[in-house]
Ligand binder design. Sequence first.
Ligand code: TYM
Length: 326
Amino acid sequence: MFSGIQPTGDFHLGNLLGAVDNWVPLQDTHDAYYCVVDLHAATVPWDPAALRREVLSMTALLIACGLDPERSILFVQSHVPYHSELCWILTCIARMGELRRMVQFKEKSKGESESVGVGLLTYPALQAADVLLYRAHGVPIGEDQRQHIELMRTLAGRFNQTFGPAFVVPEPWIREEGARIRALDNPDEKMSKSTPRPASKILLTDSPTIIAKKIRSAVTDSGREVRAAGDKPAITNLLTIFSLVTKTPIPELEERYEGTGYAAFKVALADAVVDALAPIQKRYEELVSDRGEIERTLADGASRAEAEAGATMADVRAKTGLGPPA
Ligand code: TYM
């Protein structure tokens, strides 16, 4: 299996509960590849030194969350150049209409589709290359990435049909709870790295005071009942977060906070989130101070990933007539 995360912006509770929490147990049951996707971060303007820092700090956070480089392959996308090579081939077999239809492209290029970088459009071809290089069967992700995986499946199928079977057609693995954590200040939106409003998201590195403040000011629904329901998106979101960080079923939480009102519920939720993040933050602080160790881990991850990706690329080159003749 394969999954990836962008190093830029803020690692938030949505990334943790929708994706990374699911990645941890998969290390024991699957050949697991986890990739810090710095080439994807280059689809919007970037600062080179900041990007390098963010790659290291994202790696430290992932390890702090439970990714273990001994049990999985943890690496940086640009350290394995095959990603770019396969991306080009997939870009050439993707159709303009398929890429333009992507919701993420539409959102990010809002009204400026003539002036945004072309990388924003071809982004899903790079994402397809990421997964297909490792012949992964499953891609554990949040709901927002579903459309990209569907396109990946189309591209894999088209390649296999045109040139002969080189790729596994991967499945999205999306768990029901936590697949779409919503913004705290607007439950109509997802919690997102690219949203500039700090009150919309809880970062993994937020202090207990900040976490309490953000949860206290989170939007709630009309009424005072602590109950998950279709017409209560805000409180349902908070209950989902509570349930996932404490591993307590939602009905049990509804019973516990029945009649208490939103204020007391929010205090308890803030405590629960602080408790869940404390060990991650402690480990992160220890790891991030040893830059050399993180770099060694990533170099090892890249060389293991490169061996696998190289085998797929040799097959792709042979099938497409590209690369030096064998
Ligand atoms: P990224 O970096 O935006 O997000 C990383 C993971 O977090 C999930 N996620 C969420 N889950 C639940 N609720 C939310 N509010 C929420 N926000 C984000 C995402 O679904 C994702 O699983 N294009 C990808 C990175 C990528 C990738 C790949 C993923 C590049 N190549 C190959 C899988 C396979 C992205 O930008 O994720």
